[in-house]
Ligand binder design. Sequence first.
Ligand SMILES: *Cc1c(COP(=O)(O)O)cnc(C)c1O
Ligand SMILES: [Zn+2]
Length: 422
Amino acid sequence: MGTFLGYRCSICGKDYSPEAVTYTCPNDGGNLDVTLDYDRIRAEIDPSYVMASKDGSIWRYLPLLPVDDPGHFDTPLRAVGWTPFYAPTRLADDLGLSNLWLKDDGRNPTASFKDRASAVVVARAQAIGAEVVVTASTGNAGAALAGMAAAVDIPAVILAPQDAPQAKVAQLLIFGAQVFLIEGSYDEAFDLTLEAAEAFGWYCRNTGYNPFTAEGKKTAAFEICEQLTFNLGAVHEPPHQWEAPDAVFVSVGDGNIISGLHKGFKDLFELGWIKCVPRLYGVQSHGSAAIYNAFTNGTEEIKPVQAQTLADSISVDMPRDGLRAVRAATETGGAFLAVQDEDILEAVRELAQKAAVFAEPAGATSYAGLIKAVSEGHVEPTDNIVLLNTGNGLKDVKAALKAAGEAIVIKPTLEALERALN
Ligand SMILES: *Cc1c(COP(=O)(O)O)cnc(C)c1O
Ligand SMILES: [Zn+2]
């Protein structure tokens, strides 16, 4: 349909054509928001057009994305998104919430939310004829890019910190990416990636740098509204509209997921497809809380921290999408919350035992934040609240065992079993 108009800088507000820039604002380095031709989208389709789609993936929202259909119906690109959305009743009861919803983005092709971003970036890479894609990653963004790039046969180069969980490194390697483990932090890998992309002419996917990642991530906001509407049985007569939840909880590292969600809800609001934008709650670990700190101090200025948290996917010294992340909370009436690593491990255990969702620590951080938000009165018991799990627990088995404890080893006899049971 061709609704991609260009970019607008989140700092200076300057507009750019699609050809004028690739990554960030040349004036001030600000993150770029993709601008779409809302008038044209509104004139040509409405929510019922999307609801009639048989495509169970992010590509059902193609008219709202700044890329063309990637084709390849049988590849992982086509399997990204449309993740399970349901009411976790035991969690809800224990929290005293009557309308809690869980969206499990661990159920993506490479088992994290990052597939949404990487699928759209790879579609963009195809459109501009990129020969090599590259990203810095704590693990998940890299695994997602490696998987999506393999699907369309574009070579991928991934730079991750040396201490990335083993399962994530295995994913990078098995998808055939060229993997370099950096003797240093994610932030150092990030800066090196920018240099390498420039030096070698690679197309860079870095989170909070490439404007197409947020465009991929916004599809979760679309799904939340469409799936909530479906679950509430609330399909309206023309003019069709979707229900938006009252609040969404998500874990935050660089701040690109929460910025992407914000963009998605704003797109739908701008189109008149929802009546209001939900309150967005970002949850960080106290050990990596640069955006939480800025929010709490009432400023948009992000100061770097020395990140130290077992939730590796949200371990970030200098968030690359901090400004838009702060705005996602302030502009929607949401907030940033911070939790301790012990609370995150407890959240991993509870999510598994009460909702049968096995999340990696960063994935369960949103739930730890929800518990805190309930106790601090950020939400009403009857609010429609969406809790996002962003990553599968199999990606970090070491952390899971820390939360779960060790299994008991016994001799293969009934006697030994009885003794162990006592
Ligand atoms: C990347 C990631 C996050 C945080 O996303 P940001 O855009 O860095 O804020 C949260 N959870 C998981 C599992 C992730 O991989
Ligand atoms: Zn600018």
